[in-house]
Design a protein around this ligand. Sequence first.
Ligand code: AHR
Length: 340
Amino acid sequence: MTEWKKIMAVFCIAIPLFTTSCTPFVVDETSRDVQNFETEPAENLIRVGFSQLGSESKWRRANSISIQDSLTVEDGFFLQFNNARQKQENQIKAIRGFISQQVDYIAFCPVTEDGWDTVLKEAKDAGIPVILVDRQVSADHSLYTTWIGEDMRKEGENAGRWLARKLEERGRSRDKIHIIELLGTRGSSSQIGRSIGFDSICDQHPNWVLLDREDGEFTTAKGQEVMTGFLKKYKDIDVVVCQNDDMAIGALQAMKDFGMDLYSDRKPIVISFDASRQGLEMVTKGIIDVDVECNPSSGPKLAAVIHELERGHAVAGEYYMDEKVFTIDNASSYAASRSY
Ligand code: AHR
């Protein structure tokens, strides 16, 4: 550790009252505006510009915390963190800001898959390695160094496979099954991957009928709004697939407001993703039937990959996070210890 880093580390340990982790600045997700770049000199630290796509869900907030808690001064980083508030244009603007400041690395969670080619090329031309976190892009892999994230397609397949087993268990494997889907942000790789994965299992069951799918934007408010519309439109819904817990909570509220007994076996089967604490608590109560985990703790891997690159080592082209599937049989032991 250099002298400067040692001084910073001591400073951070000695004054813990000001910040929970010793990042150069604390991000307040609710009040920071889009263009917010730290300008302090960061000599000897690895300068990383990070563009987070927003703070739409508990998962997202946990992901931001994981990044901020991992890219700390103690570990040799100077993190410039930017919240794009769901807008790709804000992410592109932030990335261009990082390029003009000549940061050492750029990392970002792309809000949608498409539309990154130009800015990725600009980063490449500037010689700045780019690391994608969480979601993926359709741009060519040669334009970025690596990706650290979740296997969205497998998550969707796991949800579909679980449903097939559940219907079999209930003696309904030959019945017509009416399904509705609340999608996450349309065009995001999480939405696309989960839909492709779930559809691939649907295709193996001609008796599963996908009645409708609509964008619930990964938020509780939109989830509730979309589900209310579905309940008015469709009398017979057997399965509700919510592509995250925040939307599931909104959908369940809509079902309750509609007069459904959420504790009854006759309510629609509810499938959700993320496995947040609130989601898992609902699984333990039988309100959500299965919660497919999406792991937000990619910060430590991001820090480790950057350190590897700093040492001049080659890194893999992609890194997958570990993920589980939770039902009433295993959710309770995880719910209490969940950070998000
Ligand atoms: O890309 C991961 C997804 O984005 C999570 O499922 C969702 O909660 C988040 O907002």
